[in-house]
Design a protein around this ligand. Structure first.
Ligand code: LAN
Length: 746
């Protein structure tokens, strides 16, 4: 067992209703009180943090969430004391013990309010955005936070001196320049050996002029790049008629909510005043003399290590016009557009209690709010408090997370995993708490301004993280519904989520179905696919509209089928038609090799699991062309079998997502193995030895306390950026083993 070093003990996770705040030597366990005190200077100076952390990104760049886990285990872990079912055969006993130990261990990481706190890091470009917001607004992070942030960035430098887009990625200009600037903001000196190495990487690859547009934005705010080298964000676009496909209200909500404050900063040409650090940085990150750079010529320059989406001719034309308009723009129209943007940001702040939809929006909105209302304003101070919701401490340091957490998502999956078989009934209090969290998280009210600011109706839905963040997600609603029904079936809880609330969830799910039969993420697809041609991001694909996905669709259909079993009289025809159209969509997405591409998990094993699960469910209901379903399922099994590794497991790398072809990991991964096993078992794959070999791998990898190791990263967004799901290493092996028990042992 790893020793907990003293300084780790100084950090404590405070939680309330799923909210996470890492506090350094907190004087109070109450989040509000702690945040109110945290602006006061710290008495305790930080000493030699780096020596206290045991992390080597060369061995594994994924932290295993040891700080959090060690503290909670130490406090809460108790060996299982209930009565274990006794199996006749010893090898079966091993399985049941593994499930019990797995759930028992994970239960000790559950919060009082019912969720599983965890690390949701991975992307490397988030913390720099927040540090830039903190620098320009003059609100510094406390010293202990800064020390840990520095350690985090230092820990993730690649051997070639650069940093990637995410913790597993190869070095890119975006990753490297952003970390470089961040380290300097955190006090690192230019002659620091790590920075010298980073500088060589930057200069060898053409210097910071080649940073992609999101990086150009952040550098421009830092006064390290000239705004004239940035393609216009054309704020007046917000005043276009709403029926136009290019109206931003039709974009995917994340793009919409990032380009919104970016457009304000661009229009105001917000920048940090020049100072010694800025002047020095200008020399450090460019090959050429800063003053001599022809900025407009750099607008489309992007380092070849970064490019994922090549600029289309349509985008080039659009930039030509919008850059031209920028020179002659009408001041009164600009004013009107900016007022609209500010009203929108204000509405988003109120709708999300200042959390905002995600980490990028949080940082850039903070800059806008500071610019408009000032540093001392209530509005800005509320933002600052929410910065801490996005920070997480693990053994690799302090990072900014990809969301304010994955709270609800993990609760829904874990609840279903535990309740997969009767073994789960041994964990009544875990389920009770999880159910409470599910109940507390359902969204039952609409915002007053929801229509005005293009929000999809959300009464009855569930979010991905917490109720206060409150952005509804289609498949989170589906997972919430499935988990609720599972709890009700198990009869372990008093059903507080009544029939009416269940039906509200169903209505939301129905309202989310796209014309193509599939389901997208937060909203309907609101514009045609050609809009992708004006994706200006270079580093992400498919970000312009909300597309239908295999995973989201499968989860929604599955929950509708489960609902129908209990409520056959509620909108039967509507639901049946939704299921049919949905299944058509899922079938169309199948690749010729039998797999499905995963947009939100890594990767083919992830989406194949979702698809097989639902196809099999429809097959058993006999409500769809059975022949066709058999063929699809057989092909999917064929695909999975062909990818089983010699040790019985499965393993994919993130390259599957970026390259869109199956990329086999050197080592089997417990998470991929569990997904493959869940799929094969869902459709009752006939050769049980295949399944047994996978199960053996899960048993072998399990630690004595019931945990599984943190292996490769498991999540992804927009094809090219990876994200950590720290609960998956527990949830999915538990689920697979539990299904094995249900099918073969009881
Ligand atoms: C998420 C996390 C959850 C995820 C699922 C529910 C798993 C998925 O099935 C639907 C899409 C969704 C909701 C999703 C969308 C993109 C998010 C919000 C993220 C991957 C978490 C972080 C990411 C967000 C875009 C990161 C911020 C970066 C930008 C490029 C704006």
């Amino acid at each position: 067992m790893l020793e907990i070093k003293p300084s780790w003990k100084d950090w404590q996770l405070l939680t309330r209703k799923g909210r996470h705040i890492w506090a350094y030597q907190p004087s109070s366990k109450d989040i509000d009180q702690h945040l109110a005190n945290s602006s006061k200077p710290f008495q305790n100076k930080i000493q030699q943090f780096s020596e206290d952390f045991d992390f080597d990104s060369q061995k594994n760049p994924n932290s295993a969430d040891r700080v959090f886990r060690h503290q909670w285990i130490k406090e809460k872990f108790k060996p299982f004391s209930g009565i274990r079912p006794n199996m006749a055969e010893t090898k079966d006993q091993r399985i049941i013990d593994s499930i019990i130990d797995g759930i028992n261990f994970f239960s000790s990481l559950q919060s009082q309010e019912g969720h599983w706190p965890g690390d949701y890091g991975g992307p490397m470009f988030l913390l720099p955005g927040l540090l830039i917001a903190s620098y320009i607004t003059g609100v510094e992070f406390p010293e202990p936070h800064q020390a840990l942030m520095k350690i985090y960035i230092q820990n993730h430098q690649n051997p070639d001196g650069g940093w990637g887009m995410h913790i597993e990625g190869d070095s890119t200009m975006f990753g490297t320049v952003m970390q470089y600037v961040s380290l300097r903001l955190l006090g690192a000196k230019a002659d620091d050996p790590q920075l010298i190495k980073a500088r060589s990487w930057i200069k060898e690859h053409g210097g910071a002029v080649g940073i992609p547009s999101w990086g150009k934005f952040y550098l421009a705010v830092m006064n390290l790049y000239d705004w004239s080298g940035f393609n216009s964000l054309f704020p007046e676009m917000w005043l276009f008629p709403k029926w136009l496909p290019v109206h931003p209200s039709r974009y995917w909500c994340h793009s919409r909510m990032v380009y919104l404050p970016m457009a304000y900063c661009y229009a105001q040409r917000i920048k940090v005043p020049e100072n010694e650090l800025i002047l020095s940085l200008r020399k450090e990150i460019y090959v050429e003399d800063f003053a001599g750079i022809d900025w407009p010529k750099q607008r489309d320059v992007v380092c070849d290590k970064d490019i994922y989406t090549v600029q289309s001719p349509t985008l080039k034309w659009m930039n030509f016009f919008t850059n031209g308009y920028e020179k002659i723009h009408l001041p009164w129209l600009r004013k009107k557009a900016l007022q609209f943007i500010l009203n929108y940001i204000r509405a988003e702040d109120l709708q999300t209690e200042y959390l905002n939809i995600g980490p990028v929006s949080q940082a850039i909105n903070s800059i806008c709010v500071w610019h408009v209302y000032g540093q001392q304003s209530e509005q800005f101070q509320q933002h600052v408090k929410r910065w801490y919701d996005y920070l997480w401490v693990a053994e690799d340091g302090m990072k900014m997370t990809g969301y304010n957490g994955s709270q609800f998502w993990d609760v829904a999956f874990t609840t279903r995993a535990i309740l997969e078989s009767d073994v789960g009934r041994l964990f009544k209090s875990t389920i009770e708490k999880a159910y409470q969290f599910i109940e507390d998280s359902q969204i039952l009210k609409e915002h007053e301004t929801h229509r005005q600011y293009f929000r999809h109706p959300m009464i009855g839905s569930w979010p991905f993280s917490t109720a206060e963040q409150g952005w509804p997600v289609a498949d989170c609603t589906a997972e919430g519904l499935s988990a609720t029904l599972a709890c009700h079936h198990a009869g372990l809880v008093e059903s507080k989520i009544n029939d009416e609330r269940i039906k509200l969830a169903v209505d939301v799910i129905l309202s989310y179905q796209n014309k193509d039969g599939g389901w997208a993420t937060y909203e309907l697809s609101r514009a045609p696919k050609w809009l992708e041609k004006i994706n200006p991001s270079e580093i992400f694909a498919d970000i312009m509209i909300d597309y239908s996905w295999t995973e989201c669709s499968s989860a929604c259909i599955l929950s509708l089928i489960e609902f129908q079993q209990d409520f056959p009289d509620y909108k039967p025809r509507k639901i049946e038609s939704a299921i049919n159209r949905g299944i058509n969509f899922v079938i169309q997405q199948q690749k010729t090799d039998g797999s499905w591409y995963g947009g939100w998990g890594i990767c083919f094993t992830y989406a194949t699991w979702f698809a097989v699960e639902v196809l099999n469910k429809v097959r058993s209901k006999k409500i769809y062309d059975c022949e066709l379903l058999n063929r699809c399922i057989d092909k999917a099994c064929g695909f999975l079998i062909s990818k089983q590794k010699s040790d019985g497991g499965w393993g994919e790398t993130y390259q599957s997502c970026a390259k869109m072809v199956y990329s086999e990991a050197e080592k089997s991964q417990v998470v991929n193995t569990a997904w493959a096993l869940l799929s094969l078992m869902a459709c009752g794959y006939k050769d049980k030895t295949v399944i047994d070999r996978g199960i053996q791998l899960l048993l072998k990898r399990q630690a004595q306390n019931g945990d599984w190791p943190q292996e490769n990263i498991s999540g992804v967004f927009n094809y090219n950026c990876m994200i950590t799901y720290s609960a998956y290493r527990n949830t999915f092996p538990i689920w697979a083993l539990n299904r094995y028990y249900k099918l073969y042992l009881c």
